[in-house]
Write a protein that binds this ligand. Structure first.
Ligand SMILES: *Cc1c(COP(=O)(O)O)cnc(C)c1O
Length: 374
């Protein structure tokens, strides 16, 4: 029997990616601009909604960095960030010299807890600084409780940056993730729902914002025949080659989402009979997840999630612990934190399972057999 590695989430090409890349070579648009870049941006704008203004960049992390620059976040400012996330959600706060303030999750979506958020805002204001922005994440594709978060953000007039790196194709109350916040970022890293081999985007609300992002991401060059600069720039634009891959991937995005959701259904059925295993699932019809990764939480005192991970590893099947909350990371140990132990408990007993849109029946059977055996 074939025992090749089953990955958590691996790149899955649709077929037309090479055609767009070939076109770039044929026309010599091998540069950080060109028809694929604008084509990919307009594909994304159409997909999200027609009012979105998308700037394609070199990574999701770069997009988040520029989002903070665009919002005017500066040295010694504070920015609120969901604690349970990938470090790339928080690192750009430090790039601009600001301090991250971490907030716990709630148990339904595993995303930012609205109560802890309000508590954090009130306390930071009392301590003398109103946070400059709130970074909300849609973990594993599951939309956060956005209305509750939005109404708190509006009450205190703090802009929201949506970290939608894992949630392209997810929606909340019929609105796409990536269009909910004041700004939003997407990622096209190799393991995401679609990939450009490496890339990201900043989703803006106005053309002026997008133009500013493109300006900043291409070294902030003033209008002059020589190189003149009045602002600090960045080299963050997406290349025309990567964007070609992205255009091909957009053609298969909805198909990939259907397959990821089918993987999630496969796990729902597989775990149905085990009372102590809980899947991260949509709380109600307001939430539509792309189910980028299927994640489970195992109620046990015996470290069963780690035992299951090691068991699967022996069978050459990759699984991974949940994101370790940022307030528990050595690098952020001095940052303020608000909330309880929801994210910590999830981290201690959770696991992400192979969820790729390219897993076949045979691979599903291998996963099923190993899980059942365990
Ligand atoms: C992947 C990811 C990012 C960063 O995106 P890159 O394109 O890898 O820089 C940011 N936030 C979250 C939640 C992610 O999963």
């Amino acid at each position: 029997m074939d025992n090749s590695k089953i990955w958590l989430s691996s790149p899955h090409m649709g077929g037309n990616e090479q055609r767009y890349v070939q076109e770039a070579f044929d026309t010599n648009w091998v540069a950080p601009l060109g028809p694929n870049v604008s084509g990919f941006e307009s594909d994304l704008e159409k997909y999200l909604d027609n009012d979105s203004q998308v700037a394609a960049l070199s990574s999701g992390t770069a997009a988040l960095h520029l989002a903070l620059v665009l919002l005017g976040v500066k040295k010694d400012d504070e920015v609120i960030c969901q604690s349970m996330t990938f470090s790339a959600s928080a690192n750009p706060i430090v790039y601009v010299g600001a301090t991250p303030v971490f907030v716990d999750s709630e148990p339904e979506t595993w995303n930012m807890c609205p109560n802890a958020l309000e508590h954090a805002i009130i306390d930071r204001i009392a301590k003398g600084k109103k946070p400059k922005a709130i970074i909300v994440v849609h973990l594993y594709g599951m939309p956060a409780k956005f209305d509750d978060i939005q109404s708190i953000a509006s009450k205190y007039e703090i802009p929201i940056v949506e970290d939608s790196a894992e949630a392209l194709g997810s929606s909340y109350k019929g609105r796409r993730c990536g269009t909910l916040g004041d700004l939003a970022i997407l990622s096209f890293n190799g393991n995401k729902i679609i990939t450009t081999s490496g890339g990201g985007a900043l989703v803006c609300k106005t053309k002026e914002q997008k133009d500013k992002v493109v300006f900043l991401s291409t070294q902030a060059r003033d209008h002059a025949p020589h190189y003149q600069h009045s602002e600090i720039g960045y080299n963050y634009r997406m290349s025309n080659i990567c964007a070609g891959i992205g255009r091909g991937q957009m053609e298969v995005l909805d198909n990939h989402i259907a397959k990821r959701r089918a993987m999630n259904k496969f796990y729902q059925e597989l775990f149905d009979e085990y009372e102590q295993i809980h899947l991260l699932k949509e709380p109600n019809d307001n939430f539509f997840s792309n189910h980028w990764l299927t994640a489970i939480y195992i109620e046990s005192k015996n470290n069963d999630s780690e035992k299951l991970r090691l068991h699967l590893e022996k069978a050459n099947i990759e699984s991974r612990p949940l994101w370790k909350p940022m307030h528990l990371q050595p690098v952020f140990s001095h940052s303020p934190y608000y909330g309880g132990s929801v994210s910590e408990k999830l981290f201690n007993s959770g696991l992400c399972l192979p969820s790729g849109s390219n897993l076949n029946e045979e691979e599903k059977q291998r996963i099923k057999e190993q899980v059942t055996r365990f």
